[in-house]
Design a protein around this ligand. Sequence first.
Ligand SMILES: Cc1cc2nc3c(=O)[nH]c(=O)nc-3n(C[C@H](O)[C@H](O)[C@H](O)COP(=O)(O)OP(=O)(O)OC[C@H]3O[C@@H](n4cnc5c(N)ncnc54)[C@H](O)[C@@H]3O)c2cc1C
Length: 418
Amino acid sequence: MERFSALSLARKAIGGHLGWKPQWRSVEQPKKAYDIVIVGGGGHGLGAAYYLAKQHGLRNIAVVERGWLAGGNTARNTTIIRSNYLFDESSNYYEHSLKLWENLSQELNYNVMFSQRGCLMVAHTVHDVQVFKRHVHANRLNGIDNEWLTAEEAKEFCPPLNISPNIRYPVLGGALQRRAGTARHDAVAWGFARAASDMGVDIIENCEVTGITRAADGRVTGVETTKGPILAGKVAVSAAGHSSVVMEMAGIRLPLQSNPLQALVSEPVKPAFPTIVMSNTIHAYISQSDKGEMVIGAGTDSYVSYTQRGGLHIPAETLAAICELFPMFRRLRMMRSWGGITDNTPDRSPITAKTSVPGLYVNCGWGTGGFKATPGAANLFAWTIAKDEPHPINAPFTIERFRDGVMIDEAAAAAVAH
Ligand SMILES: Cc1cc2nc3c(=O)[nH]c(=O)nc-3n(C[C@H](O)[C@H](O)[C@H](O)COP(=O)(O)OP(=O)(O)OC[C@H]3O[C@@H](n4cnc5c(N)ncnc54)[C@H](O)[C@@H]3O)c2cc1C
């Protein structure tokens, strides 16, 4: 694998950027059999393959992706990374991920452009204030940074913020996690793909899994795909919006609902926005990309759909609220909007677990907030697959918690979970 350094990049620049090689091997046809087949070539699936190879020495692995690498939610999200969730189980999981983000570019020798510019969650009602202060206290008890800012302090931190009391959604203060940030979404997938491929993992694009095969005793034996059957000792599903469809192939019904979530970007402008601002009440979140575009996330459509697009009224409402909170954006033109399919659990917390089918594992239910978890989920999913048991951090995130009533109810905690 070509190592990146200041010197190697300078050499390429002087040479007119000729001679770049593909960053990972493109495997057209899968082998007959692998030890592990991972379904879904998004950040989570590619990351799991990387950690299986790197930390557990398992290299006979295929990542099977029905479209193109990271064409799912990995490349459709607004890239907010934070760990300030309420419950101990969640904040442990997301903090595990945040710590991995902090060293990911070095670990992969690939710049994932992780930028720790902070995430300010603004409160508009007394209820918001109480909830966010509770988050601040809970996080600090767990050693996770989070602090409460008054409206004036919030404006000092983010000058474009309108803190006039005479607006529809007045800002009463905000919770700030300074270590939160954004990253370049597809770079994460490419970085994991490159490193995994270098260790022997086969990445097979345009290969849809159409069935999961099982032996007479119920154990998984492999997958059926549009490129033929593949035998596998273990099958690990990380298919985001399609998790319930894929798991149904093995007879497992998941407590998931698939809804479109939309985002949009503006025309590029000079650096104008220093942080990420989220408003759960309005259901809007905004940050500025390195290219200068304002990246804006809206809410989920309320209907179930697999169309990767949503209703126009959702971003329209988000934009109306954003113009009120940041009047300087009123004349900004929007360039593109798109949707992704999110897989939402009843408690808005994920599932990273082995299943009742021997040899079958699932990592799903990340809904509107799994980008931040990419390295953490991949790392813990790899552990679960390799050892056939969960890591203590993901042990509570089972399918059975919905049967047993042991929810990790971030939905109730935050009204929304990104
Ligand atoms: C608009 C939007 C904004 C978001 N904003 C944020 C945010 O700011 N912060 C945050 O943390 N999260 C955010 N999210 C959520 C986040 O994007 C996802 O939770 C996360 O990217 C999921 O990663 P993944 O690798 O599991 O999924 P994906 O990248 O979707 O990968 C799953 C892959 O599985 C493949 N697949 C599906 N079925 C099959 C099959 N049968 N055979 C083979 N392959 C299959 C798909 O093609 C897909 O490529 C947002 C999501 C959206 C849609």
